[in-house]
Design a protein around this ligand. Sequence first.
Ligand code: AMP
Length: 287
Amino acid sequence: MIIIHSIKHLQELTEIVRKKDKTIGFVPTMGALHQGHLSLVKTSMQQCDYTIVSIFVNPTQFENSSDFKNYPRTQEADTALLYEVGVDFVFIPSEKEIYPTPGIRTFRFGKIGAIMEGAYRPGHFNGVAQVVSRLFDIVQPDMAFFGEKDYQQLVIIKQLVKQMDLPVEIESCPIVRESDGLAMSSRNRLLTTEQRAHAPLIARTLFEAGDKIKKMSINTLKEWVAQTIDADPYLKTEYVEVVNAVTLHPLKRPTEADIMQLCVAVYADPIRLIDNIRLDKICKSKY
Ligand code: AMP
């Protein structure tokens, strides 16, 4: 495994790979790696000849400087995990390398960028698009792997690739959960023991909602999800939304879409967690 810090070094290596006519899979991350990240990495290694993982905590996607400052950084443990999995290249650039000048691009995603995360974290998706488009420019991967954990982000990245007509295939990977259902997240390690003990209620509620959608209107279901989570003294929902899983259009009736996604953001004060679930495929709660 080669650890790379400069764009120049990375591009010398990717040039050699391309000359050999081999494919490059890319997994962008912000580090503090867990099994969710590693599932993306393993999928890339199965589907591509070479895999590059980037670790970069992107300042432009944080609206809140203390959130950026407190974001977990565990570089040594991350590189040890990637070494174990057998990754070829790990790209760990500095902020200067990614953003040499402050004049960076602005992106517009219309309605899909304005709801849910877009509404509560203004500027977040612009920052995500800035870093992902920059990383795509540098790495020029054949395929890039993103998790359904950040469902809206996944849809936005697909839109970005379309808008910019980029020659990269976006592959989505399912959410990896802890044994009690909590969606794995780098932020989980910031939870206190009490918060961690209460957080699985989020996933349990989403799975139960999968059963209830057959008997309830979407509005009643959203209310039930919010009330169930908010009844826990450690948790507070920021939004609960049921959207068309392809267009992210908020739904009033199940008949408005073939596939629906239930998405939530929840504060386990002050840690913000997100989760989501495909509604129509769920039969019985697993948690
Ligand atoms: P992050 O480091 O949080 O920016 O995440 C990097 C990538 O890993 C993103 O594509 C995330 O959606 C994905 N990811 C994070 N957590 C999970 C998870 N629990 N299951 C699957 N993918 C995940």
